[in-house]
Design a protein around this ligand. Sequence first.
Ligand code: NDP
Length: 399
Amino acid sequence: MSKVIIIGAGGVGTVVAHKCAQHPEVFSEIVIASRTKSKCDAVAKAIGAKNISTDSVDADSVEQLVALFRRHKPELVINVALPYQDLTIMDACLECGVNYLDTANYEPKDVAHFEYSWQWAYRERFEKAGLTAILGCGFDPGVSGVFTAYAAKHHFSEMETLDIVDCNAGDHGKAFATNFNPEINIREITQNGRYWSEGKWVVTEPLEFHRSLTYPNIGPRESYLLYHEELESLVQNFPTIKRARFWMTFGQEYLTHLRVIQNIGMARIDEVDYNGTKIVPLQFLKAVLPNPQDLGENYHGETSIGCRISGKDKNGKPLTYYIYNNCSHEAAYRETGMQAVSYTTGVPAMVGAMMFLTGKWNKAGVHNVEEFDPDPFLAELAINGLPWHEVLGGDLEMD
Ligand code: NDP
């Protein structure tokens, strides 16, 4: 029986709150806190459970966070605000003795650059305080790391290649919209690509490499090589991996819009002067794009995210392995009012929190998800809306 604070009441925060409320035996009290309290109130009202309360906080301010934690005395904070707030929330956790979980690694606001070094620098302080921080516990990062840990535990003596494949075959009927926070999403996609090969990072032009990959129940979709944050921890935690890559599908229409947005300067993250007011073009663009939270109602189709791994099985023989989940936008919307991208992020965040609070993933320090036992996590994931499947010996479509 434990109290949690969920910070952020966007698409992901809404799903986390719904899913935590389904387990009062674990989450005895839930506080939803965000910059705009009215959004937290709307989520709490939609769920309608007695053990949910709301509060407001600017999570850029350690002082406000400390006051929030002192008011509510939670055991764990689930950070589903934006990656910019990771470090302030971790600082407040250390000051108040609160455990921590997030779904995206820290990014400074003024540089589109994400890596774990900033958060890994907190390891000793969390260890000394006897507190646990679980990093990157959404789907990717998150389940992608747990899938990899599961493959290592149950199937491989040595993993050699890892390809994380992320397909959204849904259709929301809009000309252009992003599935999660547009600012974070566009920053991620317009960066250079990067993959791990033979002990070093190889940098590519943005979306330079692409190929058609076949997704279960969906079929072939053009998939683009991106850099994704879990690659950084996975190649450290599984050092036999010689090549690690991340692929995401995009439709032509989406890519055309993205190219125009970049060409006309709307993806810029530096300040420009507009009639005496400083604005960041990408933040302005976010204000006029569809809100990802509102896409759910007419969203059809499925997401399919998984790991394709090759290497040697437990007896030293060659093995190919694919582990994945497909999630329906319609089903996610019926249950939580949010589409599948928010759902596939929010459910693992709840399951990770459950792992911590029930003592299964409880280890002082700052840890990525693949450092914990994958079995209890995947068992809960399957019964909480995200069933997963395995294919042994199939064609991975990778060379
Ligand atoms: P949204 O933009 O929908 O929601 C973000 C929420 O955070 C909003 O409620 C916003 O409040 C709040 N917020 C922003 N800044 C602050 C602040 N300074 N203080 C307090 N609250 C703040 O984003 P999503 O729900 O789509 O995404 C949430 C997180 O999930 C992001 O970090 C994203 O990167 C991550 N993510 C991870 C994935 C994974 O698989 N690992 C996949 C998808 C997303 P307000 O409404 O006032 O702006």
